[in-house]
Design a protein around this ligand. Structure first.
Ligand code: TRP
Length: 84
């Protein structure tokens, strides 16, 4: 653990259905899941990329706010159609 590490960007995820899954992927040569978090409809999580986390996978219908803009993830069961 590097105590001087300043941290990096944040993203905000707002779940649009129950059971949206956020998965943190490790930084470095290996890419492994190291943390999983579940959000229910309307719940918001604010996440930071860190020395441990360089990528995140978001599964389910959610709005994802980033410095690059807003993207919507869709539910795997929606057949690619946006949710209600
Ligand atoms: N462990 C990888 C890394 O730190 C995770 C990762 C970041 C990744 N960006 C990626 C894996 C793009 C595949 C594609 O670089």
């Amino acid at each position: 653990m590097n105590e001087n590490y300043m941290g990096e960007d944040y993203i905000v995820v707002k779940a649009q259905e129950n059971g949206v899954t956020l998965i943190g992927l490790t930084r470095g040569r290996d890419t492994k899941f190291h943390h999983t978090e579940k959000l229910d409809q309307g719940e918001v999580m604010i996440l930071q990329f860190t020395e441990h986390t360089s990528a995140m996978k978001i599964r389910g219908h959610a709005e994802i706010y980033t410095r690059y803009g807003i993207v919507k993830s869709e539910s795997p069961s929606s057949g690619g159609k946006p949710g209600k």
